[in-house]
Design a protein around this ligand. Sequence first.
Ligand SMILES: C[S@@+](CC[C@H](N)C(=O)[O-])C[C@H]1O[C@@H](n2cnc3c(N)ncnc32)[C@H](O)[C@@H]1O
Length: 255
Amino acid sequence: MAEMGPSRTAQRVAAHRVEYARIDGGFGRPANAETLERDVAGDVEIRREGMHRYLEARTTFFDRCVVDAILTGVDQVVVLGAGYDGRSLRYARDGVRFFEVDLAATQHDKLARLKRLGVETSGVTFVPADFARDDVGSMLVAAGLDLRATLFALEGVVAYLDDATLRSLLDGIAAVAAPGSALAVSVGVDRDEADHDAADRAAAFRTAVDGLGEPVRSELAGDGARELLEACGWSPEASDLGGDGQLGLVRARRR
Ligand SMILES: C[S@@+](CC[C@H](N)C(=O)[O-])C[C@H]1O[C@@H](n2cnc3c(N)ncnc32)[C@H](O)[C@@H]1O
């Protein structure tokens, strides 16, 4: 990927997310997460339409995955393509380590904001990496990831990776995912060819993110997503977490 500035798609997600009710884990520093999210949201204007509702369901799904993992004893959470996601603060807990991975420009901007805002980040390890070039699994281990059950989260990132990059990322994290590990991932949804509204929405999304300098590089959905996850060692499981397949929200177990 060409060098670019802090991710504008990630800033936009933060601007939407600041408006949602969030799952309360009964632990963590949600006020710190909100301080960050509000700073990032700034004066970014959003429309409260279909994308806003989709991102709300997606946010709830990932919140649930993180909280459930921590409450069931998982003590490592890896947030891949973290952008301005504040879950490492919102769901901070003694004994739980979060790893955040993103391109350096976005991560540096996030760290600068956190410093300016006086938000402490103990419990979070920041790993700058480019999924298109770097061996993320090895970098995580070098950064302190232990080979024990871990939750990996890949939210709103897949579309920005080409097929080869996505495959090597899924393989790479599987290589360091001990038994009991899980992956929460958002993918696309299969579109009915006859659904012109859905086609228009997809085209509008492509145009919008292209305009932000972060073009869509792949369109993984449905059976294709299931097959790729299986091929990379991840078994998708049925979910009652509100990610009803229709939304392309998937939780998978390391085989
Ligand atoms: C739409 S944002 C989602 C951010 C975050 N997951 C969230 O839901 O708030 C996509 C993120 O993927 C990151 N990203 C895109 N391509 C990447 C790459 N090749 N390597 C690492 N991160 C990448 C971007 O920097 C950005 O933070």
